[in-house]
Design a protein around this ligand. Structure first.
Ligand SMILES: Nc1ncnc2c1ncn2[C@@H]1O[C@H](COP(=O)(O)OP(=O)(O)OP(=O)(O)O)[C@@H](O)[C@H]1O
Ligand SMILES: [Mg+2]
Length: 599
């Protein structure tokens, strides 16, 4: 999992290496500075002889021509060296932060790109599995978390252990007895922080689940804002929002409550340690077995040791939080698209619009008990117009979705142009089988841009011809900006019927071999519906047209009408044949005639 995610940082390898390198220098300087400080202090105290280490530093400085062993010159030279080193350390620290930020942000961007691309490859059934809200959380909150953890790791994973080891060895070399103080306290503190971190993990996993729920609820509400208003459900929605918002707050507090204990534990340990060291150290100085400068640098080393311990524990906590995010991101990245091109032949194109269903059974998920479609056998010739009629939930949509492979059959075969749909590449298949979905969407942008989804390279004439067949040209031209009219998000600027016609035009522009309209003229008046059918019949004679409709009017002139009932083909025939022999068809026809008479 870690390997899989780290592959997204590959592009920023240079930055990821440079950051720890700068940090190594920074740490080396930081642990040298207290030593220089002790030179200054001990050199400044009259009549005090320097320790071995201090003399070593002083000798180097003197050999470089700075001052003499006991003079003020040496103090100034050491101070100057300290200042110089501090500046270099600052530069190293700043460069490390720069490289880490660049690598971290780049890693985050690559990760988001990876998830987005993966989601683009998802089939409908993959999308059914992850809710949209959950994918959004994974792309935002979880990626941010990973980004932060990565940045932190680059800056701290080397720094803290290195600082810890260096500071401990320096402290030891100053005074072994005094070192016993932190050797006793530090492990207790570290263990406490580890226990807290591991307990927090479960709580953070729970918090992210709440995040999913929260995002899903907001997203659903925003998409359906109009429905919410129309049904005056705002109050109910507010309550629903409050509930998930409160749940998220409680889960976050529950998790953070543990983590914040780290601070006090840390502070108490550091100060306890410093007090003990100062107390014991003072006695050692009085007894003459330790120098003041040494004690001062010892205290600085203790602070460095505890600081690095705290950061190690923070890395631990962060990695605990990041692990939850990592799993969630990896779930998306590892999800195999249920429908893929693996067994297809790239050069194979759809020859004609003939379709055959052979013993097809279908269900949406493997675990579902019953098939949605049962034993479907049907042959459609190229260029025919097929009507599909059936009650709500009779599986009309499920039936046609198998043709462009939006879902794969559970059993049996669907053939287009004489070949199993799985033999074609998805691109070739879907370019030849154009489907206007029952719940359709337009995107923000102009009408022309939206229609070009059907064919990017279409000429304006082709676009207008497609729109004319779909009876959309007239109303588009009546807009002041014509085809340049901006549609707004989700196509809010056009009416329901206009939107349907634009969607049909978009599908026609593909010049497909098979055109499927899933209840696509439900919001269009009967006369316009008739004109669309007429246009398709005359201008797209070779295209196989499959029309799902609630109105018998829309399909009565079809070459064949398929009556679906509860996932099974109940009957196939022409309008006249079905009217004579099929009960369901007759019933629908009579009820529609009656309602027409009433009008
Ligand atoms: N994505 C899905 N996951 C699981 N079950 C589904 C899914 N889509 C539809 N179903 C189920 O499959 C059955 C057939 O649905 P389908 O949408 O094919 O009916 P339909 O005939 O198109 O209905 P309508 O006239 O309302 O559009 C229904 O029982 C529905 O609950
Ligand atoms: Mg449907």
């Amino acid at each position: 999992m870690i390997k899989q995610l780290l592959s997204y940082a590959k592009k920023y390898r240079f930055h990821a290496i440079m950051s720890p390198l700068c940090i190594i220098f920074e740490v080396l300087i930081e642990v040298t500075i207290p030593l220089l400080m002790s030179v200054i202090v001990d050199c400044g105290i009259q009549g005090q002889s320097l320790t071995q280490k201090e003399s070593f530093v002083a000798d180097i400085l003197i050999s470089l021509g700075f001052g003499n062993k006991e003079g003020v010159d040496l103090i100034i030279a050491t101070g100057g060296l300290m200042l110089g080193l501090a500046c270099i350390s600052l530069l190293c620290g700043a460069s490390a932060a720069y490289f880490a930020s660049k690598a971290g942000m780049g890693f985050g961007a690559e990760l988001r790109k990876g998830i987005f691309n993966k989601v683009q490859s998802f089939s409908f059934s993959n999308v059914d599995k992850f809710s949209t809200g959950s994918i959004i959380t994974r792309m935002t909150t979880d990626v941010n978390m990973m980004q932060m953890a990565f940045m932190m790791a680059l800056r701290m994973v080397i720094r803290s252990p290195l600082m810890f080891i260096m500071a401990i060895s320096m402290a030891f070399s100053i005074n072994k007895k005094l070192s016993l103080v932190f050797i006793c306290i530090a492990p207790v503190m570290f263990a406490l922080i580890l226990i807290i971190g591991s307990a927090a993990h479960k709580r953070f996993t729970r918090m992210f689940k709440k995040y999913d729920k929260f995002n899903s609820s907001i997203q659903e509400n925003l998409i359906a804002a109009r429905v919410v208003k129309a049904f005056v459900r705002a109050k109910h929605e507010k309550e629903k929002f409050s509930i998930s918002n409160n749940e998220l707050r409680d889960a976050s507090i529950f998790a953070e409550k543990l983590i914040i204990l780290n601070g006090p534990i840390m502070t108490v340990s550091i100060y306890l340690c410093i007090i003990l060291v100062l107390w014991i150290g003072a006695q050692l100085i009085l007894g003459g077995s330790m120098l003041l400068g040494d004690l001062m640098s010892f205290v600085t080393y203790i602070q460095q040791i505890f600081m690095s311990l705290m950061i190690i524990s923070m890395i631990f906590v962060l990695s605990v939080m990041a692990k939850a995010s990592m799993t969630r991101i990896s779930e998306v990245l590892s999800e195999e698209p249920h429908i893929n091109d693996n067994n297809s032949n790239d050069s194979l194109t759809v020859e004609d619009g003939s379709i055959e269903f052979r013993n097809v059974c279908f269900k949406y998920s493997k675990d579902a008990e019953n098939n949605v479609l049962k034993d479907i056998n049907l042959t459609i010739n190229s260029g025919e117009t097929i009507g599909i009629l059936g009650g709500t939930g009779s599986a009309k949509t499920s039936f046609v979705q198998l043709i462009p492979r939006l879902y794969d059959v559970t059993e049996g075969q669907v053939l287009v142009g004489g070949r199993d749909v799985r033999e074609y590449s998805l691109e070739h298949l879907r370019n030849s089988v154009s489907m206007v979905l029952q719940t359709n969407l337009l995107f923000s942008g102009t009408i022309e841009e939206n229609l070009r989804w059907g064919n990017e390279n279409a000429t304006m004439e082709q676009i207008r011809n497609a729109a004319k067949i779909a009876q959309a040209d007239e109303f588009v031209m009546s807009f002041p900006d014509g085809y340049n009219t901006d549609l707004g998000q989700g196509g809010v600027n056009v009416s329901g019927g206009q939107k349907q016609r634009l969607c049909i035009a978009r599908a026609i522009l593909k010049e497909p071999k098979v055109l499927i309209l899933d209840d696509s003229t439900s919001a269009v008046d009967t006369a316009t519906d008739g004109k669309i059918r007429e246009g398709m019949k005359n201008l797209l004679p070779d295209t196989t047209k499959i029309i799902i409709a609630q109105r018998i009017n829309s399909i009565q002139h079809a070459d064949k009408i398929v009556v679906l009932d509860d996932g099974k083909i109940n009957d196939i025939g022409t309008h006249d044949e079905l009217l004579q022999r099929n009960e369901i068809y007759k019933e629908v026809y009579v009820s529609q005639q009656e309602s027409k008479m009433e009008q």
